[in-house]
Design a protein around this ligand. Structure first.
Ligand code: PMT
Length: 403
């Protein structure tokens, strides 16, 4: 969403207070935000809050009574990459459906050349009313995208459908509008991705694990799915969810299970991206009963796990591209260079816990890409979504140059 221009309309309903959070999400993602409010909406959220968070003046009236300046609704409409109306009240929806323009927000809507997305919010009976349904159908037919209202407690005290979708949902919906425009450059490619940790059982209730959340691998999966690839995501235990028609998600627990799935899938893949934090060792013995507390100390004997990426490297065919990760704590580039050679990789993504905000669990990462010619590309600290995009853009150039 970086540098995307979002024109955010706010109409007068209690859900307007949630817009503060929505603006923050848009801004955090790097978007530029300008807001237009209906006069009624300023009873629910202060224009000062909206202007402070959006870092732009707020447009409410056709002309500023103190300066006499006119607000050019056509300029605002042409500036926008997308128009998002949240909350969209029954009144504003009705006027939009009929083409009325008795306020600045409505006049701007009529001047738009881009997509409109609206998030209705009203009481349950208003939402269920046949006129509201008809107006929403009309807007849909006019090409407006509608984020359905949700069920839950309403300001009236009633419970039912009419709550505005949460800011995160509106954010994701807006994001998917931009993403749907992304060219499908990886169509026809099958990408195998490993993600998350592996857990190595000590007994039925305990395991050896690590701090990987799976975020990095899942962001990569989402990125290549958006670019049209078919994806096999082999994931260790995580709290993350992902579903997509082109996704085969295989959930595994241990390194041995991950290896087995990789062995079944690698042959059919064009690209392998190994972001999982695989446990290097597992307990030698598999104990069926919970180990009882007895002595003061307990010694566990560990044996080496298979190196899954190394296995894939030994099987790599000419048409396949293999990318590994290196998570380091010291001498990052030297260790990563050894892994690149030993595991027969095309390039390696280096992240080190020496960099604040990089590595496990965080929403951010800081990476350096290293190729077989010892060439590096260093990136700033970014969100994992952006990091995933940097890796995949690099990969696309790499494949183009290879063929
Ligand atoms: O999941 P997140 O919380 O988002 O965190 C992301 C991450 C820090 C886990 C990710 O960015 C990362 O660095 N993943 C690799 C972690 C790791 O295990 O690095 P390594 O240097 O130990 O392993 C090198 C490569 O070999 C990795 O691609 C790894 O997946 C692979 N490997 C390692 C051991 C093994 N037995 N089998 C493997 O396939």
């Amino acid at each position: 969403m970086r540098n995307k221009r979002i024109l955010l309309g706010i109409s007068g309903g209690i859900a307007a207070y949630k817009v503060a959070f929505l603006i923050r999400l848009f801004k955090k993602a790097g978007a530029e935000v300008k807001c237009i409010m209906t006069p009624a909406s300023s009873d629910f959220i202060s224009p000062l809050v909206v202007s402070t968070l959006s870092e732009n003046p707020v447009a409410i009236e056709f002309w500023n009574k103190s300066t006499g300046e006119w607000t050019n609704h056509v300029d605002l409409a042409l500036w926008a990459d997308v128009f998002v109306l949240a909350p969209a009240t029954a009144n504003t929806i009705s006027k939009m459906a009929q083409g009325q323009c008795d306020n600045l927000l409505l006049a701007t809507f009529l001047s738009l050349k881009t997509q409109s997305i609206i998030a209705p919010a009203m009481d349950l009976d208003m939402y269920a009313h046949s006129t509201t349904k008809r107006n929403l159908e009309q807007l849909k037919a006019d090409g407006v995208s509608i984020i359905p209202a949700e069920e839950g407690p309403l300001a009236s005290g009633l419970i039912g459908t009419g709550r505005m979708a949460e800011p995160e949902i509106i954010f994701d919906f807006t994001m998917s509008f931009f993403e749907s425009k992304e060219p499908k450059v990886l169509q026809g490619k099958r990408v195998l991705i490993t993600a998350g940790p592996t857990y190595e059982s000590i007994d039925p209730v305990r395991f050896i694990g690590n701090h990987s959340s799976g975020k990095m691998g899942y962001e990569i999966a989402e990125n290549v799915l958006r670019k049209g690839a078919e994806v096999v995501l082999i994931s260790g235990p995580t709290k993350l969810h992902l579903s997509h028609p082109n996704l085969k998600l295989i959930s595994v627990f241990s390194a041995e299970e991950m290896l087995q799935s990789v062995q079944e899938e690698w042959n059919a893949a064009h690209i392998g991206i190994f972001a999982a934090a695989v446990a290097d060792y597992r307990p030698m013995e598999k104990v069926d009963q919970k180990i009882k507390k007895s002595d003061d100390a307990l010694t566990l004997q560990l044996v080496k796990n298979p190196d899954i990426l190394h296995w894939a490297g030994t099987q790599k065919e000419k048409h396949q591209t293999l990318i590994g990760f290196a998570l380091e704590t010291n001498d990052a580039m030297a260790h990563a260079a050894q892994k690149l050679q030993k595991k027969n990789l095309d390039f390696i993504v280096v992240n080190t816990l020496e960099d604040e905000g990089a590595g496990f669990s965080t929403d951010t990462n800081k990476i350096t890409l290293l190729d077989r010619n010892n060439k590096t590309q260093v990136f700033e600290l970014k969100t994992k979504r952006e990091v995933a995009n940097d890796i995949i853009e690099y990969l696309i150039t790499f494949i183009e140059q290879k063929s």
